[in-house]
Each structure stands twice: as C-alpha cells, then as structure tokens.
Design a protein around this ligand. Sequence first.
Ligand code: GLA
Length: 378
Amino acid sequence: MNVNLINSKFEEKFSTKGELFTSPGRINLIGEHTDYNGGFVFPGAIDKGMVAAIKLNGTDKVRAYAVDLDDYAEFGLNEEDAPAASWARYIFGVCREIEKRGGKIAGFDTAFSGDVPLGAGMSSSAALESTFANALNELFSLGIDRFELARIGQSTEHNYCGVKCGIMDQFASVFGKAGHLMRLDCRSMEFEYFPFDPEQHGYKLVLLDSVVKHELVGSPYNDRRASCERVAAVLGQEFLRGATMEQLEAIKDKISEEDYMRARYVIGEEQRVLDVCEALKRDDYETVGKRMYETHWGMSKDYEVSCEELDFLATVAEECGVTGSRIMGGGFGGCTINLVKSELYDGFIATAKERFNAKYGHEPKVYNVVISDGARRL
Ligand code: GLA
C-alpha cells in the first residue's frame, strides 16, 4: 500500500496533512451466500485494502479525492446531497448511516487509494466503507462499537449502492486478525477466531483472478437473496439457516424449480462450512479441499453465480491435482480461491496461466493470500 502517495496527494489537494486510516479486503475460505441466510461464513482479512488520509475541514462539506480514479467529489451531509459518482456514494452512505444512528459528524477532506482489485470478489467496497466508518468513529469520538461499524457499511450497500448484501465482507474488514480466519454465525453474530497457517502444513492459498468483472449492483445478487427469502417464508422460518434437505423436499411442489435449486445450494453450504471448520481442527486439508470443490459446483449449477471462465479455472485446478478450488465471493466473475500443496504450486500456476491464455487470450492474475489485521489507524 502506497502510504507516501496518499500523503502527498492529500497535501497537494488540501495543502495540509491528514491522518491515515486503513481497512482490508477479504477472502472467504467457505460459506458463500450464507450470510444473508442467517448462516455461517469463514472469512479472513487480507493484506490488500484501502488507505485514506482524512482531516476535519471545519465546514459541513466532504471534499473527497479518489487517487486511483483521479476523480474528485464534493458533497454535503444531508440526504438530498447524495453525490453522483458511485465511489463517492460509499463515503456519503457511511456518513448518512452514522447520522441515522445519532452520530454527529461534520465536513472533512480526504484522499484515498486502494490495492484491492475492483470487481475481483475481494470486497473493495467493504474496505472503503470500513475505512471511513472506523475513521469517522475515531475522529468524531462517536463510541460506535465494531459490530455497528460493520452494519454501517452493510446499510450503506443496501441504502446507497443497491446491493442487499449480508454482513460478511464488512465484518471481515473490521474484525480481521493476522493469521486467523473467523467463523461468524450470521444469525447470533457470535464468532470465533481460527488460527490459519496452511504453509505450516505444506499448502498455499492462492487466488486466480479471471479478470471477468463481477457486478453485484443490480438484480442478480438481490434475486438470489429474494429466492432464499421466499423459500424460508414457505418453510415458516425467518432464515433458510437450519432448514434440512428433507424439509426442502417436502415443500418442493410449493416453490419454483429455480428457488428449489437456490435453497438446495444454501442448505448444502451450511453443512460444508461446519465440516471445514471441524476438518481444520484436525489439520485435515483434504476434506477442506473437497468441500471447496463442492461449493464451486453448487454455486455454478444450483446457485448459478459462476461463469465459464471460473468453471474453467476450477476444472484446470482439479486436473492439476489442486486440493481445493472454488469461485470466491458473490460470484458472476472475479476469482477462484485455491488450496494447493506447496510442491504442486509452481506447476499449477504455470498450467493455469497457459491454458487460460490459450482459451481466453489473457492470463489470470495471481494473488497470494496473507491473512492480515482489520480496520485500524496507521
Ligand atoms: C458478497 C456480499 C456478501 C456475501 C457474498 C457471498 O460479497 O457482499 O455479503 O453474500 O457476496 O457469500
């Protein structure tokens, strides 16, 4: 992360120095599309994120400079002041959600930059939201607890960005801890840190980015959520969490074929997260990997959030003997997450690059995963 660049851009724009805050993107080992179903997720924060320099400016306006986009926006803090630029709406949304919760904030200047690849399924937007939620909480001494900071980011997505997301990404970005994954129960909001060091056991965790931009804004993501909610309603439950395959079979003729498939995936995924956590406790990486492939094909065939390129990458991984591989995040593009034995790593990366390039005319990008800390002041 280029902190010097942000400092110098901030000074150039605002002729003063700002204070620095950062929040990370995330990976998710398993537990996809389970968060808004009240289920379990198993994410970790990564060493890529957003950094913002911020300083209160004594006005009632926010002046924001997006370094990477070389774009500037100025906006007020009232509901009618929403900026047009989508990146600025994340910052505006965080301000509004803080105010809706009774937090008093005022104008500030900011310049920010990030190294979470956009649209790669690593939650660049949650990194941005958490950076500002955490920074404003500190700068205005608001005393908001960390769960509420995550919810502020989530509500920003719901109310200002059009994505009815769950809590996983913002939670991971706020609560991340170096060397640990977190199993979060999205119904009770209880969570547990799991030490996670695959290298120690002879494995590497690597992301392959198809560079197909995923776009959660708009209907497909929200449609998946709506399907799950319809099935839960027929089952007489608040969430799909806890439903069994038998219960689903019993109501099959009351729901559409599509909703049935969506629910089948989610119910299977619940069990897979629990299996993976148990397997990790006994260092059983083979089981972890198997469940990852099952998630991939469930997301592809039943949940229908994969794409040809990601199916191709998972297939190549399997053919190379990779322990586990699957689409990561919301889907519709982005990355696969791969658990690969250290001795197979070089061969796998070379083969994946070569075969992907031969088919799609460009190589996938490769990101090695380092599990890192959550939202903080620098
Ligand atoms: C996106 C959402 C999350 C979660 C994942 C899928 O990243 O923001 O809340 O639903 O998709 O697991």
